[in-house]
Each structure stands twice: as structure tokens, then as C-alpha cells.
Design a protein around this ligand. Structure first.
Ligand code: 2PG
Length: 257
């Protein structure tokens, strides 16, 4: 006799999210967005440690997705090196990039909070749908002429983004490309950014527009999802080093102070 459907255990898929390690601009407390800041020494160490955590974890990643930004790519390379998985297939896409921070790119977070007040600062930083002022095409921190986006129509290169706009550009790539790999049974590792990962977590866990403001993702600690065939979580997401993750998330939350 076959088991009743309700008792059938649903097949699970593992998804691993990893925010890049600390960058030179995180260290200087600058709004970074699409600016290509590199990892600093601490960030490289965090990335290597993330790989050590992955080496002790099952299942191992079969395929890597990264943004087009160096700090995510460096993090993935260092983590996969220490997990001895450098050989897995890689796909890179701008849709996994950090949120474009508009005219705030290159500005110090504490100074912006002091100049505009904490409320405006937090609206720009964590509200769901208010983008910061747009960046000018000739600003030295604009990506308008960055060759890595040469295959993107000029009018699709963001000049600023809210979290909502990040979700709008990320979800098609999630559903059309990444989800396919997961459904085929691959364990996917995504190395990306604070806000592109917040966008994905919001979607996966169906977090409200208000509540997502309180969610901060720490640098360099693998975040694990177990998903059913419909890519719905079958248990709560968890970090491979929960204590370090809590401390890291609190540090991100305090960046304007
Ligand atoms: O500056 C940025 O691009 C992001 C991530 O570092 O910052 P925030 O956490 O303030 O959104």
C-alpha cells in the first residue's frame, strides 16, 4: 500500500547564500553599491573561513553564482579554494549585484546620517521602496561606462535602486535560471551582497515590506536554506556559525553610528 500523500516526505534541496567578506569600503564605512571595492585582509580571512565551514558541511556546492562585482567573486574563489571546490561551474550575473546606492555611492555613512538626520538616512538605507537620489552619469562613482555592463542597454544601467527595484531585477534571474539548477538537484552557492541577499531572503521567507528593514546579513558566513520542490523553505534558514552571524548582523545595523 502506498503512503498517504500528506505523509510523503518532500524532497529537499540545499541553497547556500554567502555575503562577501569585509571590503575596503565596508572598513571605511562608505556606501558602496555598484562600486567595485575589493576585499580587505579581514574579508579575505572571512572568505577562507566560510570555505572551511563549507568543507565540514553536506551537501557541498555543485554550482556557483556570483554578481559581477570583485568582492563577491574574490569571496567565492577563496571560499571554494578552502573547501577544495574550485572546479565547480560558475555563472556571473549583474542581477545579483549589490543595490545601486545612487548619489550616496562613495559617501561616508556616519557623515550622511549626521548631515541628513537618522530618519532620512534610515529611509535611504533600509526603507523598502525609497531609492536614494540618482547618481549623475559623469560622477566618478557611476557605472554608466563600466565595460562589465557593456551588454546591458544603457538605459537599464541603474542610477539608483531601492530594495524593491533590486527584487524586481533579481527575481527573474532567480526563477528562470537559478531555480532550474536547484530543481535539477544541484546544490547552489550564491555569493553576493548585503542587499541582493536581503532581497532573496525576503522573497524566500515571504518577509513583509516593513519587517525586512530589520534584517541585516553579516559578511562571510554561509546561510543555509533547505527548500522543497516548489522552492519553499522546509525549515528555518540558519547560519553555519550562528554566534558570529548575530554579532556580524548587529555590526551592519550600527553602521550609521
Ligand atoms: O554600502 C553598501 O553597498 C551596503 C552594503 O555594504 O550597505 P548597507 O548595509 O548600508 O545597505
Amino acid at each position: 500500500m502506498s503512503e498517504p500523500v500528506s505523509k510523503k516526505s518532500k524532497p529537499t534541496h540545499t541553497l547556500i547564500l554567502l555575503r562577501h567578506g569585509e571590503s575596503e569600503w565596508n572598513e571605511k564605512n562608505l556606501f558602496t553599491g555598484w562600486v567595485d571595492a575589493k576585499l580587505n585582509a579581514k574579508g579575505r580571512k572571512e572568505a577562507t573561513h566560510a570555505g572551511e565551514l563549507l568543507a565540514d558541511f553536506e551537501p557541498k556546492p555543485d554550482v556557483l553564482y556570483t554578481s559581477k562585482l570583485s568582492r563577491a567573486i574574490q569571496t567565492a574563489n577563496l571560499a571554494l579554494e578552502s573547501a577544495d571546490r574550485l572546479w565547480i561551474d560558475v555563472k556571473r550575473n549583474w542581477r545579483l549585484n549589490e543595490r545601486h546606492y545612487g548619489a550616496l555611492q562613495g559617501k561616508n555613512k556616519k557623515e550622511i546620517a549626521e548631515e541628513f538626520g537618522n530618519e532620512k538616512f534610515m529611509t535611504w538605507r533600509r526603507s523598502f521602496d525609497v531609492p536614494p537620489p540618482p547618481i549623475a552619469d559623469d560622477d566618478k562613482f557611476s557605472q554608466y561606462n563600466d565595460e562589465r555592463y557593456a551588454d546591458l542597454p544603457k538605459d537599464e544601467i541603474p542610477k539608483t535602486e531601492s530594495l524593491k527595484l533590486v527584487i524586481d531585477r533579481l527575481l527573474p534571474y532567480w526563477s528562470d535560471v537559478i531555480a532550474k539548477d536547484i530543481k535539477e538537484g544541484k546544490t547552489v552557492l550564491i555569493t553576493a551582497h548585503g542587499n541582493s541577499l536581503r532581497a532573496l531572503v525576503k522573497h524566500l521567507d515571504n518577509i513583509s515590506d516593513d519587517d525586512i528593514a530589520g534584517l541585516n546579513i553579516p559578511t562571510g558566513i554561509p546561510l543555509i536554506y533547505e527548500l522543497d520542490d516548489d522552492l519553499k523553505p522546509v525549515r528555518e534558514r540558519y547560519y553555519l556559525d550562528p554566534e558570529a552571524a548575530a554579532a556580524g548582523a548587529a555590526a551592519v545595523a550600527n553602521q550609521g553610528k
